[in-house]
Design a protein around this ligand. Sequence first.
Ligand code: F0G
Length: 462
Amino acid sequence: MSSLSTSAPGVRQTNFQFRCIACGSVTDDASQNFRCADCGDLLEVTYPLWKEAKPLAADLKSTWRQRRLSRSAIDMSGVWRFRELLPVLESPEQAITLREGNTPLYELPRCARITRVPRLFGKHQGLNPTGSFKDTGMTVAATFARLAGFRWVACASTGNTSASMAAYAARGGLRSLVLVPEGKISWSKLSQALDYGAVTCQLRTDFDGCLRLLQELVLRAPVYQLNSINPFRLEGQKTLALELLEQLDWQPPDHIIVPGGNLGNSSAIGKALLEMRELGLISSLPKLSVIQAEGANALVRTLREAAGKSLVTVQAETRATAIRIGNPASWKKAVHVIEATGGACEQVTEIEIAQAKAEIGAEGIGCEPASAVTLAGLKKLLQQRFVKPEESVVLVLTGNLLKDPDFTMEFHRGDLFKGSNNENAGAALNNLHRPPIVLDATLDAVIQTLDQAEKSSPETER
Ligand code: F0G
């Protein structure tokens, strides 16, 4: 069986190593479970050459800009375009790419009015090839899986990782095994995995149970794990921050706000920010804040009840199924980047998530429920004066609106909170509902509906 080593064929030995986040020991071999052989904690990718010869910030910026004119597949990828900060490939053809990244940074004028934060932006990772930020990590990790000679890749998922993994495996000629919690992921995400050809198992457990099983499986079977404890995933996901800063002409925003589930993405963005500062690409650090659903708030509790020193796990429950996770694998990495950037960690209720999602939808861009925690969290951080209205804020919108149409339909039909503890509180959101209207197919009926709509909400709000 292949093991994943920096000396795998096609990988330049000298470009990177793995470092344990706890004991700091450095190794060339990530083993099957991406854990330190000495202390068992998670590994991260490190670039030893930077100690002797840092790449020059001005050169990097100009190289990355020039590549935007290139027609080669690796340059058109919004991930591999930044390859000086990634584990290097011997040849560009080795990359499994679907032109991931390259996502827009939108102004959010309506949400800016609601929050009274004029400089408010959304980095829409939901516009990646499979509809979520996972693609930016998957292009790198799937590529290295193939280079290490694996035939099978596998993941536990709340849906987006599995959709992304299945797509990249298919593009790269690999087979994929998906473990998802039965009944707890959206059909859209599940259908992607099926269509891209994954062997898809719905396990009678939650996400945490699926991940536990996968960790045991990789020690017994020759499958390569593509969850975010895989350090190559986080290297790819780092590029979100590089692309964002390039879009802002390398002027750091005051705050970046990201949803927290298994906590890989916040860790990756934080790693990128710290590396950018180390390389002189930026001179100050944005504060990176992580927002969780109240019902899946392991990191919030870890910081409040254990001062970030030991993980407080929870039995997770939220309609934002993407972040329905109670035992987040990358919690230590997330604590580190929150502390290093001076960020915050907050939780938001189901009602706050639904409201924020509708408000982002009304911008004409939309997102999935897990992404909307960022706007809901921003409102909390403003109340606490942690964020000031005059500061600039970027919300990381992690997934596409179409990822969870059931949530959206139930919300607009007024059914989302029916029969739940939130039923009464949910009534406060009635003014945001836009239910579909069934009519006889007559001109009169349509004109009457148009008149009524104009009378009930005449504003165009631009
Ligand atoms: N937003 C979306 C849309 C997600 O799918 C996820 C995670 C997150 C936020 C949280 O990111 O785990 O890095 O903290 N989804 C994973 C999955 C767990 O399996 O698709 P995180």
